[in-house]
Structure formats: structure tokens, C-alpha cells
Design a protein around this ligand. Structure first.
Ligand SMILES: [Zn+2]
Length: 281
């Protein structure tokens, strides 16, 4: 690939990438050629979509079935006051169009289900999970793991966030290696009432966007096999190693799950408690 793939406007728009040895014109072209599916255009999805669009990721899929609500605007910064009542995929797509005309947006205005997830993720190089419920989180994990599609996981709860990246490397764990089952419905507070610091998903989503860009560039060390914890109150970041489990029901030696249709996905939200993970070690 040569510099000539980028037109003069692109050379200027992406000049601060092109100056970097680890990106350069070839890396920028890889970003422009890449396709990324962002599931959820909410608190995590907002900064993910913003930075991937600004970086020139050429095709962005945005999957979300919700409309913008007034209570979203405290953290879901791609939507504005005038967007209340509109589908989030519409205001997200308009945001991207204003930011960067190089980016084509595919709007998927429906909930990701067992019936749609396979076809949806197959069309993309990388998936970013920015959902807030266990049903979709496990569905995305199982579908991506079975299909060998790399993906970023992010979760937020009150003042804390978690981020990791799963790849198709043979020693890469999956979300079920961390938390084999979702907690029973009703055990974790409902996300509509639990509360979340508005800026928290900004930090977590930016880390997910960073991982996505690195995965496309093939540069740096991904959070593959590591779970990053962020505590906004302590302003601390901790990383815990996560290993692939031989008894994992989806990526283990004798997996019980070989299709998303084998699984009943329980709908609840929030994130597993960190103490649950530590007790497991
Ligand atoms: Zn696994």
C-alpha cells in the first residue's frame, strides 16, 4: 500500500496518525478499510462511536433498538436535547456524518437476538460490546467466540468499570471463562435505577475504542487475557490476569455450547461483583 491511497484531504485530516511510526499511511488505510460493529449507542457506545469515526474507521455498524430519553443525556454524549424520542441509531449516524464523511454507517435498528447475531457479526472485522445487560453480553460473547470474531467487552456500574478484549488466538479466554453464568435475575440492581457517574462510560468507552484501533493496526498489547478494573472514586486502575478455562462452556476443551440457540439468555443488567471473580482465583 502506498501514500497515494489517501487523498490530500485525508492526508491532512489524519496527519497526526500519519506522523506516527506505528500508524503511518498504511495504518490509516487499514483503519479506513476496517469495519467495526458497535453494539449499543448509549453511554459506552457514545465515545466508542465518536473516536472510531474520528479515527477514520471506514465502516461503522451501530446496533441499538432504543430511543433517546432525557435521562440518557447525562452520559450519552452523541445525543442532544433535540434527539429525545428519536432512535439512537439515527442521532448517532447524524453525529458521525457531521464528524467525518469518510465513515459509512450501517444502522441496525433492532435488538441483537439469537436469530440476528450471527449474520450481524459476520459482516464486521471487530465487534465492540457496549451493552448494559447480561442477555446481550453473553449472546455477543458466545456468537463472537464461536465465529472467531475478536471483540471488546466493557461494563460500567455506579463508579466502577471493567474492560477486556477477546481475540481468536488459541489461548484467548472468553467472557464465560471469567463469569460462566449470568447472576440470576433480580440479584443485581436494575440499571435504570442503580445510577452511574456520567463521565464513567466516557473513560471506559475510550479504552474500548483504543483497543479497537490497536486491534485494527495490529500494534501494541491488547487486554487479551487481562481484565482492567477502573475505580473512578479511588482513581485507580488494576489489571487481573484471566486464563482460558479448560471447563469453559463455550471455549473450553469439551464445550457444551456450540450454537447460541442452545442457550437461554437471562435478561438483567449491571456487572458481576469483583469479589465474585477474586473468590474464584
Ligand atoms: Zn471461555
Amino acid at each position: 500500500m502506498s501514500d497515494l491511497d489517501l487523498d490530500p484531504t485525508q492526508l491532512e485530516r489524519y496527519s497526526r496518525h500519519i506522523f506516527l511510526d506505528d500508524v503511518g499511511p498504511d495504518g490509516q488505510q487499514a483503519l479506513l478499510d476496517a469495519s467495526v460493529l458497535v453494539i449499543g449507542a448509549g453511554g459506552l457506545g457514545s465515545p466508542i462511536i465518536q473516536y472510531l469515526a474520528a479515527a477514520g474507521v471506514g465502516t461503522l455498524g451501530i446496533a441499538d433498538d432504543d430511543d433517546v430519553e432525557l435521562s440518557n443525556l447525562q452520559r450519552q454524549i452523541i445525543h442532544g436535547d433535540d434527539d429525545v424520542g428519536r432512535p439512537k441509531v439515527d442521532s448517532a449516524a447524524e453525529y458521525v456524518a457531521r464528524l467525518n464523511p469518510d465513515v459509512a454507517v450501517n444502522k441496525h435498528h433492532s435488538r441483537v437476538t439469537k436469530d440476528t447475531v450471527g449474520e450481524l457479526i459476520d459482516a464486521y472485522d471487530f465487534v465492540v460490546d457496549g451493552t448494559d445487560n447480561f442477555a446481550t453480553r453473553y449472546l455477543v460473547n458466545d456468537a463472537c467466540t464461536l465465529a472467531g470474531v475478536p471483540f471488546s467487552h466493557g461494563a460500567i456500574f455506579r463508579f466502577e468499570g471493567q474492560v477486556t478484549t477477546f481475540t481468536d488466538a488459541s489461548d484467548s479466554p472468553c467472557y464465560r471463562c471469567l463469569f460462566p453464568e449470568a447472576p440470576p435475575d433480580g440479584v443485581v440492581p436494575d440499571c435504570a435505577t442503580a445510577g452511574v457517574l456520567g463521565v464513567l462510560p466516557g473513560t471506559v468507552g475510550c479504552i474500548q475504542a483504543t483497543e479497537t484501533v490497536k486491534a485494527i493496526l495490529g500494534r501494541g498489547e491488547l487486554l487479551d487475557g487481562r481484565l482492567l478494573f477502573y475505580d473512578a472514586m479511588d482513581m485507580s486502575f488494576d489489571t487481573v490476569e484471566i486464563a482460558k478455562r479448560p471447563d469453559c462452556p463455550v471455549c473450553g476443551d469439551e464445550p457444551e455450547i456450540d450454537s447460541v440457540h442452545d442457550v437461554e439468555y437471562v435478561d438483567s443488567c449491571a456487572v458481576p461483583d469483583r469479589t465474585e471473580l477474586e473468590a474464584d482465583d
